[in-house]
Structure formats: C-alpha cells, structure tokens
Design a protein around this ligand. Structure first.
Ligand SMILES: O=P(O)(O)O[C@H]1O[C@H](CO)[C@@H](O)[C@H]1O
Ligand code: HPA
Length: 308
C-alpha cells in the first residue's frame, strides 16, 4: 500500500514530502507516551534497561516475566495498533531474573500500512523508557539449507532491501538530540551479545546458527525467483520486519541482539506443494514457545550485564 506522503513546511523555501513520519515523533511526543507507561510501573522503583520486541507468534516469551504489568497499545494515545494475528498489541513489563524488561507483544509492519518511521516508533519509546539494549526477535523463512523449522538463527548482519530504495526510517529532517545524521552500521548486531548467545546455545545443545536476515515489504511471501536471488546474495533468513528497527536502534545508540525463529522453509524449487502461510508461522512459534522462553530467560541477565 502506498502511503500518502506527509507534507511538512520546510524552512523558508518549499514544501518537502517524506516517506517516513519519524520526524513527527519528537522528544516531546514520545516522552508523553513514555510518561504514561512510567506512571503504571512506578511501583518497580526502577526504569527498564532491556527491551524485547516479540515477533509473530513469539509473544509467549513474556511467560519468562515475573509480576508483569500489562499495558495495551490502545491505552497510549498516538501509539499505533497491532493488526496482525500473533501480535497481541501490548507491553508486558516486569522482571526476568533481576532485570526489569519491557516486552512488546506486537510490532508494526510496513505492509499494515504504517510508514517505515512509524514502524520504528517503539524503538524510540524503549530508548526513552531507559533501555540500553534490545532483543529483537522475528519469525522468518529459512533459506539456508542447514536450517530446520523450529531452529533459532542469531542475526549477525542484514541486507536492508527496503532502505536500499530510499524507504528508510531516518529519511527526512534529523533531530540531532535523538541521534546523528550519519552513522555506521558496522557490527550493528553487537558481537559480544552474539558470542554470549552462542555460548547459551552450546550449553543447551541447540544448533548454533548465525546468519544474514533480510526484510521485504510483504505482505505476500516470496516467489521462487526472488528467493533464489536472495540466497545467491548471501541471505539465510527472510522476513518482513526487524531491519529498520535495528537501524533506528543503532541511530539511538542502543545495543542490539536479534534472532529469527525459523518458522518455515523458503521454497527455492517449483516442485511440490510448498505454499508458505501465516498460520504455519504462528503455529511454529507456539510449538517452540518453551524453547524461546528458556533461551530468552537465560540470555537476558547475560546481555544486560554487557554494557558495550
Ligand atoms: O517479523 P515478524 O513480526 O516476526 O513476522 C513475520 O511473520 C509474518 C508472516 O507470517 C510477517 O509479518 C513476518 O515479518
Ligand atoms: O518465508 C517467509 N518470508 C517472509 N516472511 C516470513 N515470515 C515468516 N516466514 C516468512
């Protein structure tokens, strides 16, 4: 769906149009959202330090949270709503071990009709709530032949296909008080976090998959020709999220750990009946919920203790 561009008065000369509404999410506006949440969690007498964005069907990760406070997105004025099955549309805030975490059960996707800046608003909110690091999870199709359905792949890099064509969250005026105009995406996925996660996987006898993720605009799944192209370019897992959230997180100076649950295999041949569908994605998430809960629960204190 094409979004009506937002028209903004650019100083002095002309009206510019921007594909991202990021610049509308000013410090003042996002701070109002953050204040509403802070009011509901003030009994913790601490601010959350780690944000967790739950992918499609991966909301059960919140089972690891003790004494949770739940806040619906609809109760935060100006915050978008989740429209996709498997995204409950609420914050779940509480402790995992001794780390106060904010989980987002539900993210926003470009294909829902949100511009790419709005898809990244949650990252700005998590920053203002006090998070120094994020765990960003997603459900993804596996392109790497070594991956089985139900495996976890640690993301060590991405290809920003939507950003390639100018559809990035930071296109438009920049407010330096959030972050710099230009910044590096080198090692955007924190190497120390990756090392710690691999150690967890080894201890748990999980396959230690590490790979490259890419996101397409969706909502349709990919053709065989598209998947073959992506595979030839080094992509291991395919989804419709995460990449732009990671761009926003790095812009804001947040440390990132990200992983995909491989919910389906991506078909790269025309034979057989290999139709990917969203129900399969959700079902795999539910079936693997116990693995995800265990993985995230043990990872949180380790990641929280790594400050750079
Ligand atoms: O990336 P998450 O939100 O996990 O969701 C993935 O699952 C959905 C497709 O089934 C798409 O939204 C894709 O991006
Ligand atoms: O195969 C897929 N393609 C794109 N997005 C996805 N999200 C889950 N599985 C997939």
């Amino acid at each position: 769906m094409y979004m009506q561009p937002n028209i903004v008065d650019y100083p002095n000369t002309f009206n510019a149009t921007y594909p991202s509404r990021n610049h509308e999410y000013t410090k003042e506006k996002v701070a109002k959202m953050s204040a509403l949440i802070e009011e509901k969690i003030k009994h913790f007498k601490a601010h959350p330090t780690l944000g967790i964005i739950c992918g499609s069907g991966l909301g059960e990760v919140t089972k690891a949270v003790k004494d949770p406070v739940t806040i619906a997105y609809k109760d935060i004025p100006g915050f978008p709503r989740s429209t996709v099955q498997g995204h409950a549309g609420q914050f779940v805030i509480g402790y995992i071990h001794d780390v106060l975490v904010v989980c987002m059960q539900g993210r926003f996707h470009f294909y829902e009709g949100y511009d790419i800046g709005t898809c990244c608003l949650p990252v700005k909110l998590l920053k203002l709530l006090g998070c120094h690091s994020l765990i960003i999870s997603n459900a993804a199709g596996g392109l790497n032949a070594e991956f089985n359905v139900g495996d976890i792949m640690i993301i060590h890099d991405h290809i920003n296909l939507m950003g390639f064509s100018g559809n990035g969250p930071l296109v438009g005026p920049n407010d330096e008080s959030w972050g710099p105009r230009f910044f590096s995406m080198h090692n955007a996925y924190n190497p120390a976090f990756i090392k710690a996660a691999k150690e967890q996987m080894r201890k748990k006898n999980m396959p230690e998959h590490v790979g490259v993720y890419t996101a397409l605009g969706g909502p349709h799944f990919e053709t065989v020709a598209e998947l073959r192209m992506l595979k030839s370019q080094g992509v291991d897992a395919v989804g419709m999220s995460t990449v732009h959230e990671v761009v926003m997180a790095r812009y804001l100076g947040l440390h990132v750990f990200s992983f995909s649950l491989i919910t389906n295999k991506c078909p790269t041949t025309y034979d057989g009946d290999k139709n990917v569908n969203h129900q399969e994605v959700i079902d795999t998430g539910r079936e693997k919920a116990h693995v995800l809960v265990d993985f995230v629960r043990d990872l949180v204190p380790v990641l929280d203790s790594i400050k750079d």
